[in-house]
Design a protein around this ligand. Sequence first.
Ligand code: HEM
Ligand code: HEM
Length: 159
Amino acid sequence: MARKQGYSGLQIGLHWVVAVLIAAAFITHEDMGRALRSRLESGETGAPLHVWFGIAALVFIALRIVVRAFHGAPPPPAGQPHWADLAAIWGHRVLYLLMIAAPLLGIAAWYGGLRSAGDVHEVVGKALVILAAAHAAVAILHAILRRDGVLTRMVRPQV
Ligand code: HEM
Ligand code: HEM
């Protein structure tokens, strides 16, 4: 995979659109358990906001992964310990994995009628939001404590 000095404008735009859509899906998750039960029991067809935000998130996540495959990603910032490089690389991989798994499991529950997928979806969705919050905290700590420009590279495009 290509190694670049920074993220492109498109990658940065997609990062923030996906972040907002995941936050929106999380904020609207309440009552989804009840909505799923009534859908499975009485065949109700309307889709709640949570479903729309979640599907929109999946579309942009897929796009983001394609763009990353072509553009690549910058290496971790210089001068930090090896364990921090590994934490960043694996943290981002797990974020991508959860970003794909959470909406797919939601779709399997909602459109496929799989209750067990719904149970796993709840756990995976929460894990995604917790890891994303930790990720955001680490990005902000980089800006405050290390001032190594890591936060800026998800703001200012570099081709
Ligand atoms: C990244 C996107 C998503 C996130 C972060 C997310 C997160 C969550 C969370 C945290 C819960 C609930 C937990 C609880 O009440 O304990 C939930 C429930 C649910 N979500 Fe999502 N969700 C996403 C996408 C989707 C999509 C795309 C669908 C369907 C098309 C969906 C369908 C559902 C359903 C049916 C439930 C209820 C599950 C059950 O009670 O078994 N979600 N989601
Ligand atoms: C749902 C919310 C979020 C998700 C799922 C998410 C996910 C990701 C992923 C997967 C990457 C790696 C990009 C790549 O190499 O292709 C990344 C990078 C980054 N994110 Fe987020 N992010 C979220 C929210 C945030 C927030 C709120 C902030 C800032 C406060 C932030 C700051 C950054 C920064 C600075 C990078 C670049 C890190 C680097 O170059 O090593 N992210 N994000």
